[in-house]
Design a protein around this ligand. Structure first.
Ligand code: ASP
Length: 324
């Protein structure tokens, strides 16, 4: 009898667990794991979202930078976390798509995460330190070729968006570059402005404030159209590197197994944040594009993520990019 009652109460607890979890969530501070260094594009977007999501959920969301191996260390930390909604991972095109093609990951990018929502997407800017003598992309390519093997390019690690774009540049221009890996493009950009390295492909959101301040020279944006936040910067097609389109989209995931109600509560907070005029303005100023409302669902992120993997893995593998 006691055993029967225990079994009954256990099944009641189990069947009510998701509802209880959603009602009490968040029950302690939430952690957003940013898999790149502080001061970079993923960190900046993560901090804007964490502050606003914490407010929407009536709690606090703190940012934790768990860096290394092009973001795969931080993403692994999320994969192993308790799936109760208190550990949330922010990732992007390279951590959740490219890395699967080039690293032997300890987690499955599709099976080990529950999608929450896409947040924003921005292309990259090809930028140089001001001391580089080139005035436009054609002059830059000529300068790179004249300085073969000496030109240094900062990246956030092998496979990061900043690296993949550099590899593409190298192939398209038949040049050889020296890639210098950092724990994120935040610190790489600081070195670029200080003149320690020559070039970078960095996300518009990270590079734009420094371009506007005249501390970096922009050559092209990796998109089909110019972006409203940088209308003077030509597209790769206009500037002379046709087809180098890379959109670095960011999204949020939970470890697989999170209660559906918790996923939906977090998703609702993201939708609220992305509708907030203050958030929209900040992101637009940084060159970030917010997905349409129907693209903000967990299902839309799941479908988009799968489609991006199917599209990019063959391209990345054919490019011969190998993990460190
Ligand atoms: N997202 C990286 C960062 O925040 C940069 C990259 O992927 O290139 O540093």
């Amino acid at each position: 009898m006691t055993r029967c009652l225990a079994a009954l109460s256990a099944s009641l607890v189990l069947s009510h667990a998701p509802i209880v979890a959603a009602q009490t969530f968040p029950s302690r501070p939430m952690v957003m794991v940013v898999p790149f260094a502080a001061g970079g594009p993923t960190d900046t977007l993560g901090r804007i979202m964490a502050e606003r999501l914490g407010r929407a959920l009536g709690g606090t969301m703190v940012v934790e930078n768990t860096v290394g191996a092009a973001g795969s260390i931080g993403v692994g930390r999320v994969a192993r976390a308790v799936p109760d909604g208190h550990t949330i991972g922010i990732g992007h095109w390279s951590t959740h798509v490219v890395n699967g093609a080039i690293y032997n990951l300890q987690y499955d990018l599709l099976k080990d995460f529950d999608p929450v929502a896409q947040i924003a997407s921005n292309p990259q800017l090809l930028v140089s330190k001001n001391a580089v003598p080139a005035r436009d992309l054609r002059e830059l390519v000529a300068w790179v070729k004249a300085n073969q093997d000496k030109v240094t390019v900062g990246t956030a690690g092998v496979g990061a968006a900043s690296h993949v774009s550099g590899v593409y540049f190298q192939t398209a221009t038949a040049s050889r570059l020296q890639f210098v890996p950092y724990k994120g493009t935040g610190p790489a950009l600081v070195d670029l402005m200080a003149g320690h390295i020559d070039l970078m492909f960095d996300q518009a959101s990270n590079a734009l404030p420094h371009v506007r301040a005249g501390k970096l020279r922009p050559y092209a944006v990796t998109a089909k159209s110019r972006i409203p936040a940088a209308p003077d910067v030509p597209t790769v097609d206009e500037a002379g590197l046709p087809g180098l389109y890379i959109a670095v989209w960011h999204a949020l995931w939970l470890p697989r197994g999170a209660p559906r109600e918790v996923v939906m509560k977090l998703n609702g907070a993201v939708v609220e944040a992305l509708a907030d005029p203050a958030v929209r303005k900040r992101l637009a100023d940084m060159g970030q594009e917010i997905p349409a409302r129907e693209q903000q669902t967990p299902e839309a992120l799941g479908a988009w993520h799968r489609a991006e993997i199917e599209k990019w893995w063959p391209i990345i593998r054919a490019a011969g990019i190998k993990g460190e």
